[in-house]
Design a protein around this ligand. Structure first.
Ligand code: B12
Length: 216
């Protein structure tokens, strides 16, 4: 109960700091919440993600523009960087390697970084290839690391077809049957994912459940 009240206080402050582009405050507020016993996952869900979701809505309504969204993303990263090692420490390692990346032509990487963190927290070894990742780069990293899962992120309708191209490249290299393919990102649907032979997750939480099912 006490923790819930604390989180609604801190969560709100962290959310507001992101929305008001107050980059300098997110780190200290995150540290303060942690010092008062709020769980890293709660800070992520109830503060950082909600703040960024509001920014996303305002961007959609043209009430915020690219430079502001970038500042909000920077503010969010201040908090993410603090909770990342703590999330990663919440479970044991050794479930296998996950190769992650945002597909070619796409520079959105906030959601993918959150997925990376949650995977690490759930015990996977994560190799994050970053953004604008070409199909060949996914293929060669999967081959090199013997990964059990490859995860692709796309946030643009114009880049999501890169996922199919990457799946085809994995098939071509004889790797598709050896690796679980996971996809995520705002424009995707279950139907699209299934159509290309991949598993869809709407968010990082579900992504961990899907990944656990793949390796079981
Ligand atoms: C932040 C942002 C940017 C930032 C990106 C900064 C960065 N470092 O990532 C900047 C300013 C650079 C940007 C640029 C552009 N953007 Co933009 N952007 C956004 C915004 C506001 C938020 C995205 C975000 O970070 N959300 C928060 C995270 C936490 O959510 P998420 O990404 O969905 O991730 C979760 C799930 O999807 C899932 N997930 C995500 N990836 C993966 C991967 C796997 C494997 C799994 C399992 C799960 C999973 O789990 C995540 C965590 O829960 C969205 C709006 C929106 N509503 O999504 C627009 C949005 C994606 N952008 C859009 C556009 C149009 C652009 C630009 C073309 C704008 C322009 N005119 O230049 C450029 C394109 C640049 C490029 N080539 O990529 C459109 C896309 C429209 C479309 N349907 O194609 C959106 C939807 C806004 C809109 N409504 O118009 N953008």
């Amino acid at each position: 109960m006490y923790r819930r009240i604390l989180m609604s206080l801190f969560g709100n402050e962290i959310k507001e700091a992101i929305i008001s582009l107050d980059i300098a405050s997110v780190g200290p507020l995150t540290n303060k919440a942690l010092a008062d016993g709020v769980k890293p996952k709660q800070i992520l869900d109830d503060g950082l993600l909600i703040g960024m979701a509001v920014v996303g809505e305002r961007f959609k309504r043209s009430e915020m523009f690219v430079p502001e969204v970038l500042m909000a993303a920077k503010a969010m990263t201040e908090g993410l960087n603090i909770i990342k090692p703590l999330l990663a420490g919440e479970d044991a390692k050794g479930k296998g390697t996950v190769v992650l990346g945002t597909v070619k032509g796409d520079l959105h990487d906030i959601g993918k970084r959150i997925v990376a963190m949650m995977f690490e927290g759930a015990g996977f070894d994560v190799i994050d290839l970053g953004y604008d990742v070409a199909p060949e780069a996914f293929v060669s990293k999967v081959k090199e690391t013997n990964a059990c899962i490859v995860g692709m992120s796309a946030m643009l309708t114009t880049t999501m077809m890169q996922m199919k191209i990457t799946v085809d490249a994995l098939k071509e290299a004889g790797l598709y049957d050896k690796v679980g393919v996971m996809v995520g990102g705002a424009p995707l649907t279950v139907e699209y994912a299934e159509g290309i032979g991949a598993k869809y997750s709407p968010d990082a939480q579900v992504a961990v459940e899907v990944a656990n099912n793949i390796v079981q």
